[in-house]
Design a protein around this ligand. Structure first.
Ligand code: 5GP
Length: 237
C-alpha cells in the first residue's frame, strides 16, 4: 500500500495516511530515543528489525485472540495498520522489578513481582509520562469504564501469551508497555511491541536484551534486538 501525506512523527516511528481512510502506514525509523527524547541516536538496521519483530508479535497475539491494528508488512521498514483513535494512555505490566518501579517504590531490581502488577501512565512527554489511576482516567475523560476494563484484560492476556513465547526462547519478559485505540467502537491493541517498549532478559544470565542497553549506554543495542528476533525465529532477511 502506497503511503501518502505524513500524519504524525513520533520518536521512533512516522505515521502516514493512505488512500484508504481506515488504514495508515507505520514507518519504523532507525531513530532511538530515551529519557523522553533527551537522548537520540540513529542505529543502523533498527527500523527494519523492529518492523519485522513487531509484525511477528502482533500476528502471534492475533492468533491468541487479542485484537490488534496490524494488517501487513508493506516494505522492510513499513507496515499497514488500521487507523485507530488512540487513547492517551500507556498500560504497563511488570513481572520482575526494573526501571521506574524500583526508583518510585524502592523495590530491588530483579525481584519477582507476584502477582504481576499493572500501572497506567499518561502519554505526556513534557510531564515525563506521569503515573495515573483509573479515577484520573474517568474524571478527565481519557477513557471510559469499559475501555479501562478492556485495556487491563487485554494487557494481562498479552502477558500470558508473551511470557511463554519468550521463555520458550530462553528469555524473561520483565515488563512492557502497550497502547490501545478505538476502531469503530472496538478497542484494539495499537502502536508496537518491540524491544524498544519492553524489557527482556536472558533467562540464564539475565543479560539485558532490550532498550535498557541504549538507556544505560551498554552498547550492542541492535545486536541484542537481532538476537531476540533470531531466538524467536523472526525472519530478518
Ligand atoms: P518504566 O516505567 O520502568 O520506565 O517502563 C516500564 C516498561 O514500559 C519498560 O519496558 C519500558 O520500555 C516501557 N515504556 C514505558 N514508557 C515508555 C515510553 O514512553 N516509550 C517506550 N517505547 N516504552 C516505554
Amino acid at each position: 500500500m502506497e503511503k501518502g501525506e505524513e500524519l504524525y512523527s513520533g520518536k521512533a516511528k512516522s505515521v502516514y495516511k493512505t488512500a484508504d481512510p481506515d488504514k495508515l502506514v507505520l514507518f519504523f525509523r532507525n531513530d532511538t530515543s530515551a529519557f523522553d527524547g533527551e537522548k537520540i541516536e540513529q542505529l543502523d538496521r533498527k527500523g527494519e528489525v523492529n518492523n519485522k519483530f513487531n509484525a511477528f508479535i502482533m500476528q502471534k497475539l492475533a492468533q491468541a485472540g487479542i485484537p490488534t491494528h496490524f494488517e501487513e508488512i508493506s516494505s522492510s521498514q513499513e507496515s499497514v495498520v488500521k487507523k485507530l483513535e488512540m487513547l492517551p494512555i500507556e498500560c504497563v505490566v511488570r513481572n520482575i522489578a526494573a526501571g521506574s518501579i524500583c526508583k518510585r517504590l524502592g523495590i530491588e531490581e530483579g525481584i519477582d513481582i507476584n502477582p504481576p502488577t499493572f500501572e497506567f501512565f499518561l502519554k505526556d512527554d513534557a510531564r515525563h509520562d506521569p503515573m495515573i489511576n483509573e479515577f484520573h482516567i474517568r474524571s478527565f475523560g481519557w477513557a471510559n469504564d469499559e475501555q479501562i476494563k478492556e485495556m487491563q484484560r487485554l494487557t494481562f492476556k498479552v502477558n500470558d501469551v508473551l511470557k511463554k513465547l519468550f521463555l520458550d526462547a530462553g528469555m524473561l519478559l520483565v515488563d512492557y508497555k502497550l497502547e490501545f485505540g478505538d476502531f469503530k467502537g472496538q478497542l484494539l491493541l495499537g502502536d508496537e511491541f518491540t524491544p524498544d517498549g519492553c524489557r527482556l532478559w536472558d533467562a540464564e544470565t539475565r543479560k539485558k536484551l532490550d532498550k535498557d542497553r541504549f538507556r544505560q549506554g551498554l552498547g550492542g543495542v541492535v545486536e541484542a534486538y537481532e538476537e531476540v528476533a533470531h531466538r524467536l525465529g523472526v525472519k530478518l532477511d
